[in-house]
Design a protein around this ligand. Structure first.
Ligand SMILES: [Cu+2]
Length: 199
């Protein structure tokens, strides 16, 4: 169907007229031997079959089909953001998190209990950091004072890193939920936060 459509698109309007004349001669010969109902039905069936196999006679229905052909290849592209929405699998024990203004990517991470090496790449234009807090709190729900969140639950951090630089730290994580935050003044509130779920 795909190849057909492509071919038809290329060949376009040209094959359409001959097809009509090809279908026409079938009518006088076939119906003569057949009962009335079949005389009526056969041309209809023939036209239908022709229409289905050739597509060309049904240009209105064929065209949407042709236009929908690129859709499947668009769908994976559209599902990519959806894949980003599902947690990043860091069960390998390593994850690289890009810091930008003002987000971490990935911001949702799944990890196995034990050592997790986080590398923060500062792809932004400002200094960023990455603090890991042991808390069940929702990523956006932390109390902010003077542009920062409390770090009492910190289990370690990658401290302030300049734009274009990266830094790593290995965290020892127990099963449970953690948040990652950039605690440079104002950055958490503007979206630099995320969650690590450890199982
Ligand atoms: Cu930041």
């Amino acid at each position: 169907m795909v190849a057909w459509t492509v071919v038809r698109k290329g060949a376009g309007p040209a094959p359409a007229p001959p097809r009509v004349s090809r279908a026409a001669p079938a009518h006088p010969t076939a119906p003569r031997i057949l009962p009335l109902t079949h005389r009526f039905l056969l041309p209809v069936l023939a036209a239908t079959v022709l229409g289905l196999s050739a597509c060309g006679s049904d240009q209105d229905t064929a065209s949407p089909g042709a236009q929908s052909t690129p859709m499947p290849s668009d769908m994976p592209g559209m599902s990519t953001p959806a894949a980003d929405a599902s947690p990043y699998d860091a069960s390998s024990g390593k994850v690289t998190i890009k810091a930008t203004e003002f987000a971490f990517g990935p911001s949702q991470i799944q990890a196995k209990a034990g050592k997790l090496e986080i590398t923060m790449e500062n792809d932004g234009a400002a200094v960023h950091e990455l603090v890991v807090l042991k808390t069940d709190a929702d990523p956006g729900s932390l109390k902010v004072t003077d542009g920062r969140v409390g770090e009492a639950d910190s289990v370690g951090e990658i401290s302030e890193t300049n734009p274009g630089k990266s830094a790593s730290h290995t965290f020892d994580l127990k099963p449970g939920k953690y948040l990652i935050v950039c605690n440079v003044k104002g950055h958490y509130m503007q979206g630099m936060r995320g969650q690590i779920v450890v199982s």
